[in-house]
Design a protein around this ligand. Structure first.
Ligand SMILES: Cc1cc2nc3c(=O)[nH]c(=O)nc-3n(C[C@H](O)[C@H](O)[C@H](O)COP(=O)(O)O)c2cc1C
Length: 192
């Protein structure tokens, strides 16, 4: 079993790292499978396992996602809302990443669970993905723009399914350090 120190270090060194920082280096399929296997070990109320993962790994697949984001961006950003810098950012992300994993919440009609419990379960799965990617030396982050969460046709979603964004991952360009901070626990925890 892993030590508390080791898991604390992994949890606290995990960062959201954006695709601009990724190297153009392929991620082996086995690593992506481990990321997803660990995702599905997240806790779920009534063991509903309310998720599906659409894995855009090949360059062709990531290009198709890039084309979709570009199309949705151009449709949503007319006139003053349009920015060529933003257009470039939006369409570059799936191409800069080594993999883009689209997260689908798959609700169970008969579970009797409120939606938030299913969303919470999926988010637990995403944290497992973050931690596994971090341990594998990958940068990664969860991206949730409307351009992707409002999309249904491209992902062929059924009525009980919702897109909850995309998890990008990629090897980093160089040995970069990413700092962060949190408010003190004493401001957040009340002891009795
Ligand atoms: C539900 C959720 C949605 C997120 N969506 C986005 C997003 O759309 N764009 C983005 O840049 N970061 C997104 N993030 C990442 C957060 O910005 C990031 O976790 C936060 O800045 C803290 O940084 P850290 O992850 O390095 O600790 C999301 C995180 C969560 C938990």
């Amino acid at each position: 079993m892993m030590s508390v120190d080791a898991i604390s270090q992994l949890i606290r060194s995990r960062r959201s790292i954006y695709t601009e920082m990724y190297a153009q280096q392929a991620i082996p399929k086995e690593i992506i499978e481990t990321i997803l296997e660990n995702a599905i070990w997240a806790p779920t109320h009534k063991k509903t396992e309310p998720w599906r993962f659409l894995v855009y790994h090949s360059e062709e697949a990531r290009k198709s996602l890039s084309d979709l984001l570009l199309k949705n961006y151009l449709a949503a950003s007319v006139g003053e809302d349009y920015s060529p810098v933003k257009e470039n950012k939006v369409k570059s992300r799936p191409l800069q990443a080594g993999v883009a994993i689209v997260l689908i919440l798959q609700r169970h009609k008969d579970s009797g669970l409120p939606e938030w419990e299913e969303v919470a379960a999926l988010a637990c799965g995403v944290q497992n993905m973050y931690l596994t990617a971090t341990a594998a030396g990958l940068g990664c982050y969860w991206s949730t723009p409307n351009l992707i969460t409002d999309e249904r046709d491209f992902f062929d979603l059924e009525d009980h399914e919702t897109c909850l964004g995309v998890f990008y991952a990629g090897y980093l360009k160089a040995d970069l350090e990413f700092g962060s901070n949190r408010k003190p626990l004493s401001e957040k925890a009340l002891w009795f």
